[in-house]
Design a protein around this ligand. Structure first.
Ligand SMILES: [Zn+2]
Length: 206
């Protein structure tokens, strides 16, 4: 990928989606209808404020802060692996509208600039704040990171717990889904790849 491509838009990345236009009043009405369809009485004491709270919660989830990704010059760090792990975000599965908890580790080899460390979490949070599937999320974070750091050498490891799996049956409670995008030298260099994976998975229960 040329730097020109990176400067415009990362390959495979969707254009930064516009903030969703959420009709809060309508969502609230629909939650009331949903309660009725569930056989509930939305006027009973416990449910009186539920449609409003549920609508606000969805609106907040669907409006993540923009993932600005400011870099600063640090040419002496060229080629050193920078890795941030333990980034924890909540998203919602687009197939069941149920939460999924994603733990993200991301690394890159800087060129002449490095990315502010807090930006890793921002990027993850931004792509988590929508209806998602873990595989796409992993690719979007990788695309955004590659663009932000202007380097093809990036790796993103995501471990997900999906409530649509965990809630169904005891045996599924511990199920985890792992996705990995390794690009550039992280794909080609087995030592680098192993180093990344060893750090990205070190928090796993033994
Ligand atoms: Zn699901």
């Amino acid at each position: 990928m040329s730097s020109t491509d990176l400067a415009t838009r990362p390959a495979g990345a969707e254009a930064a989606p516009a903030q969703p236009c959420i009709d809060l009043a309508r969502v609230e009405c629909l939650f009331t209808e949903l309660l009725v369809a569930f056989g509930e009485d939305p006027t009973r004491e416990g449910l009186v404020g539920t449609p409003r709270r549920a609508a606000a919660s969805w609106a907040s989830f669907l409006s993540p802060a923009p993932a600005d990704a400011a870099c600063f010059p640090e040419p002496r760090l060229m080629g050193q692996m920078v890795l941030v792990d333990g980034v924890s975000v909540w998203s919602k599965c687009e197939h069941h509208l149920l939460p999924m908890h994603l733990t993200v580790a991301a690394a890159y080899l800087p060129g002449e600039e490095v990315l502010g460390l807090s930006k890793f979490g921002r990027i993850a949070q931004y792509y988590a704040g929508r209806l998602q599937v873990q595989e796409r999320f992993t690719g979007q974070v990788a695309d955004h990171l590659a663009q932000a750091v202007n380097s093809p050498d990036i790796a993103v490891h995501v471990e997900g717990q999906h409530l649509c799996m965990s809630m169904r049956g005891v045996r599924m409670e511990d199920a985890r889904t792992t996705t990995l995008q390794a690009r550039g030298r992280f794909e080609k260099d087995p030592v680098l790849s192993q180093q990344f994976l060893a750090i990205a998975t070190r928090h796993r229960a033994a």
